[in-house]
Design a protein around this ligand. Sequence first.
Ligand code: PGA
Length: 257
Amino acid sequence: MMARMPLIAGNWKMYKTVPEAVETAGALVQRLADYDESAQVMIAPPFTALAALSRVLEGSPVALGAQNLFWEKEGAFTGEISGPMLVSAGCRFVLIGHSERRQYFGEIDETVCKRVRAALDAGLIPVVCIGETESQRDAGETFSILDKQLSNGLKDIVLVLNDPAKWAVAYEPVWAIGTGKTATSAQAQEVHSFVREWVAKAVGQTTADGLRILYGGSVKPGNIAELMAMPDVDGALVGGASLDPETFEKIIRYQKS
Ligand code: PGA
C-alpha cells in the first residue's frame, strides 16, 4: 500500500484581520523553523489575508489554502472569488463544502461538485468536507448521508479524481465541530474506512490507497495522536485550535508529543 503523507490543515474560518493573520502565520513559521516535515501543513485564512500570507509562508513548510471558491473563472459575479484568483494569491489548497457553508450559505452537494471541478481545473487541491449531523447519527443515517454527499458531490467527476495527490476528503461530523465533542478514534476510523471503500468502488483501489482522508471536529493537542494512530486517518482539519500558533504547533508535532 502507498504511504500517505499526513496533512495537518488549519481552518481559520472568519477570524483574524490582515495584521493579526500576518502575526500568527509569522509565529507559526518561526516555530516550525526546524520542522522535519513529517506531515504536510496548510492554513486556510480568510480571503483578505491570502496575498499577505503567501509572502509570510514563502520558503516555509506551511502551504496556503482558501476556505471556498466560486466555479466560474471570471465574470459578473459580485462578491465571488475564482480558482485562478486563488492560485494567483498563492493558494495550493481550497476547502470545499464545509458544514458551515452547507448550514448557513446554501451549499449543497451539486454546488460542491461544481467547486471541486473548478478547483481541479485551476490546479488547486480541493479538500472536500463531508459529515453527518447529530440527529442523522442518532437516526442511524451516518453512512447513507455520507454516501449521498460523496455520490452527489463527486458526481460525473470521478474520472478526473484518479490521482490521489490532487484531492483530499475531510470527515467532519457536524456535532463535533466547535463543540469540544470529538469523535472517538474508533468512530473516526469506522467512517474513514467507509470513505476509503467508497473511493475504491467509485474511482479505483489505487486512488483509494493513496487518498488522504482528514478528520475534523474539535481536534486538540490532547487527542491528535490517538486519532492519527488510526490506519485510515491521514490528517486533521483543525478549526479553533489552529488559531493559536503554539497550540497548532503541538498538533503538527503530534508524533513527538
Ligand atoms: P473545530 O473546527 O476544530 O473548531 O471543531 C473544525 C472545522 O470546522 O474545520
